[in-house]
Structures are given as structure tokens and as C-alpha cells.
Design a protein around this ligand. Structure first.
Ligand code: RNT
Ligand code: ZN
Length: 438
């Protein structure tokens, strides 16, 4: 029973107090930005329209559901053994829903072909169809989200010596070409069922550990294989295709036929998109500057936002300068409608739902920061040759109160703002993921 004092003078609840504080903080922030010609409301409205393609493979360490316990290999390595990873499609879906409830905005889900659900009748990769993905489609429909897709050219016995589409053996190439074709059809089925164009992204692990004697042959075979995969037109409203270059991989340190120049040329001549993965270049080479370069020639590109630490290690995306540079190039270049932003990282050393939330929230934060930058003033100073003002303003704007705008955004979209979301993950861990066996 409440004390008479409490009854006569009700205390303000902690929630009301914090709502008032964040409202005041936002009002002040809004004014600060307005003084620099930035409309925070407009920025938030624009941000809410950006759908990030969130990769399924953070949830189960790129395992997929074809062969439980199968090894990954083929240039991909996941480290860490944090308990409680998703072991079944239902668990993965539940974990993703949890992560999505902690990320502001409506996003997309990016599946790999190895996440097929066989339902008793095993189908090899060259015979997959939308049938093996009907649960995924129904689930996405229920959530009102779009799906993206990827051919899976790894973790399979036909990845022979690490080769797929460039393999010298025509039979092996044919198998992987069929896989490529089937996946585009599945992508189109996603697009049709969900009413949003699917992106089907192709990456192969092919390459050589040591200096090759023939760099030309595998590339010629790759062109032939790709042309066979993309021969049949697919309605671009349902599915678009992208190819993903890479400099090197584990066990393919000396040569990768699907290099940046190779796929850039391929995309430009064949009309596919190009996927820029932040971890696929020389260690100090970022992808930000490539955005406007490549978009000078291609109508659309895709991104795999990732974080390499010393190598293409696919660490969880953090709010680094590199990430901000990517977001700035997209926003400041007015390319939001021509860049399909996707994530590609996998960390098994922390809670996987948290890994999803941290990385995606950072991608959204980076876009917000770019939208909040006084870009009008910066561009005007640059045009006048006033580089002093440009640098001074760029640096000063780093400490503008973006945090208050971020909190406002999270509140508006019904997502926990600051550290509250971490408690949500802890609770989920306690109640759900820690109860899973390994
Ligand atoms: C590998 C590529 C590729 C994969 C995913 C799982 O280096 O980045 O995109 O990470 O397909
Ligand atoms: Zn990638």
C-alpha cells in the first residue's frame, strides 16, 4: 500500500523524466542543426526510408541448414564459440526478429542458398527452387520485409580445389552454372511474392594459393560461366543480379580470377550490379571513393559493409571513419536510391543477436550522421575555394549533438535508444539462447 505522502504527491516516473529530458535534448539539437541549414526532421524522414539488407549468416556463423555440423572452408573463416547460436531455421528467424526489434527502421533479410529447408527430400544446389524457401517467404511476408539472396559457392563437395565457376572441368562448371541459374529464379520468386525487387549476389571463392601459371584461362572460363548464368533475362522488377569482386582469400592469397577490375568490366558490359565489399581490397583501400566512381558508369551498385581488421576478417561493423566515409559518399552524392546497402560480417565471439544489432545500428547511425552534416555549407565553401572553412566546419560538426537526434529516431520508431537494448539481449539470452544445446 502506498504511503500517505506518496499518495498526496505522486512521484514522476523515471520514464516520464527521461522522455522529457530527451525531448529537451532533441529540441536543442534541432536548433543547433537548423542554424547550419540542416533540417533534422527531414533527415529522419529520409532515414526511415532506407532499408538495409541484413545478412542471415551472422545468426549461425554462416552454417546454413544443408548439412548440420558441416565445415565452412573455401576462403571463409568464422572465429569464436559464443554459446547459443541458432541451430534451426525457426531459431534463426526468432533471433532475427529479436535483433530487428532493436534496430530502428524496416530492413531487408539477406539469405544464402545454403539456408534452404529441405523438408525431408534433399535437393542438391543445382536443383534448388523456391519450394525450399517457402517458409522463408511466408515469414518475410508476415513481417512485411523484403528478401535478398546469394548463390552459395562454398561448403560443398563440388567446390573442388577451391574452384567452382572457373574449374577446368566442364561438368563441375555446369553444376555451378545451374546453381547460379536456379538462384536467380528463386530471387525472382522472392521479388514476386514480396513485391520488392530481390538482389541476388554472386561471390565465388575461386583462386590460387600460389603464383599461377595461367591467369587468363580461369578468367575466360569465368566469363563463359557467368554469361551462361545470366543468359536468360529475368524481370528486373523481380530480381537484379550483382557480382562481388575480391582481392584474395584464405588459401587463395596469390590470385583471384574474380578481381575488382574483372567484375567491374563484367558489370559494365553485361548490365549486372557490382557489389563492393569493404573487406575485399588492399588493407588501406576503402570503398567510399569507389561509390561515385562506379556509379558514373553503372546505374546501381550493392554494398557489403564489413570491417576488416588487418585482413578481410569480417568483424562487426563499428562507427569508424571508414563507415562514415561510405555513408557520406552515398548521402552527399545523392545516391541513396542507387545503392543497395547490405552488411557482411560474422562474429561468433559475442552474442549473435547483439552482433546483428550493433552492426546494423551503426550503419543506420552512419547514415544519420551523413544526413545531419551541414553539406550545403561544406559544398558552398568548397566551390568558393575556401578550404579553410570546409575543413573547420567538417571537424566542428563532428561534435554536434547527433546523439539526441538518434535517440529521438529510436523513440519515434519504437526501438530502445541507448543502452536499454543491451538489457533486452541479456534477457533474451537468459530466456532463450542460453537454453540451447550446442
Ligand atoms: C566472402 C564474401 C561473401 C561472403 C558471404 C557469406 O569474402 O564477402 O560475400 O562473406 O557470401
Ligand atoms: Zn561480401
Amino acid at each position: 500500500m502506498p504511503s500517505p505522502r506518496a499518495r498526496s504527491k505522486p512521484k514522476k516516473s523515471a520514464t516520464t523524466r527521461s522522455t522529457n529530458t530527451s525531448e529537451t535534448a532533441y529540441a536543442i539539437a534541432r536548433e543547433r542543426y537548423a542554424a547550419l541549414g540542416v533540417d533534422t526532421e527531414k533527415a529522419l524522414a529520409r532515414l526511415a526510408k532506407v532499408a538495409i539488407s541484413i545478412h542471415c549468416w551472422q545468426g549461425d556463423d554462416v552454417g546454413g541448414f544443408e548439412n548440420p555440423g558441416g565445415t565452412l572452408g573455401d576462403g571463409l573463416a568464422v572465429t569464436g564459440n559464443y554459446p547459443g547460436k541458432a541451430r534451426t531455421p525457426d531459431e534463426l528467424r526468432a533471433d532475427f526478429e529479436k535483433a530487428a526489434s532493436l534496430i530502428p527502421g524496416k530492413h531487408r533479410f539477406n539469405l544464402h542458398a545454403s539456408y534452404a529447408e529441405m523438408g525431408g527430400s534433399r535437393v542438391d544446389r543445382d536443383a534448388l527452387s523456391a519450394d525450399q524457401f517457402r517458409n522463408w517467404i511466408a515469414w518475410a511476408k508476415g513481417l512485411g520485409i523484403a528478401l535478398d539472396f546469394n548463390q552459395t559457392y562454398f561448403a560443398h563437395p563440388k567446390v573442388d580445389r577451391g574452384w567452382t565457376l572457373t574449374h577446368p572441368d566442364a561438368g563441375i562448371r555446369k553444376f555451378w552454372v545451374e546453381h547460379g541459374i536456379r538462384c536467380r529464379e528463386i530471387g525472382a520468386a522472392f521479388g514476386r511474392a514480396l513485391g520488392k525487387t530481390c538482389l541476388t549476389n554472386l561471390w565465388i571463392p575461386d583462386g590460387m594459393k600460389d603464383t599461377p601459371a595461367d591467369r587468363r584461362g580461369p578468367r575466360e572460363r569465368l566469363i563463359e560461366s557467368l554469361d551462361a548464368i545470366y543468359r536468360k533475362p529475368v524481370d528486373r522488377r523481380l530480381n537484379v543480379d550483382s557480382v562481388e569482386p575480391k582481392l584474395f582469400g584464405i588459401g587463395a592469397e596469390s590470385y583471384t580470377p574474380g578481381s575488382h577490375e574483372f567484375y567491374l568490366g563484367y558489370a559494365a558490359t553485361r548490365g549486372t550490379l557490382l557489389t563492393l565489399d569493404a573487406g575485399h581490397y588492399h588493407p588501406t583501400e576503402g570503398i567510399a571513393d569507389k561509390v561515385s566512381s562506379v556509379l558514373s558508369f553503372l546505374p546501381e551498385i550493392a554494398l557489403h559493409v564489413s570491417r576488416g581488421v588487418r585482413w578481410d576478417s569480417d568483424h562487426v561493423v563499428t562507427l569508424t571513419d571508414d563507415l562514415q566515409a561510405i555513408a557520406q559518399e552515398i548521402v552527399w552524392g545523392d545516391y541513396l536510391d542507387r545503392v543497395r546497402i547490405g552488411l557482411d560480417y560474422f562474429d561468433a565471439s559475442i552474442h549473435r543477436v547483439a552482433a546483428w544489432a550493433i552492426g546494423t545500428r551503426n550503419m543506420v547511425k552512419a547514415l544519420l550522421l551523413a544526413l545531419l552534416a551541414p553539406i550545403g555549407l561544406l559544398k558552398a565553401a568548397e566551390l568558393e575555394g575556401d578550404y579553410t572553412t570546409r575543413l573547420a566546419l567538417m571537424e566542428d560538426s563532428k561534435l554536434l549533438p547527433a546523439g539526441a537526434v538518434w535517440d529521438r529516431y529510436c523513440e519515434q520508431l519504437g526501438v530502445p535508444a541507448s543502452n536499454d537494448w543491451i538489457q533486452e539481449v541479456k534477457r533474451y539470452e537468459q530466456e532463450v539462447t542460453s537454453r540451447r544445446g550446442t
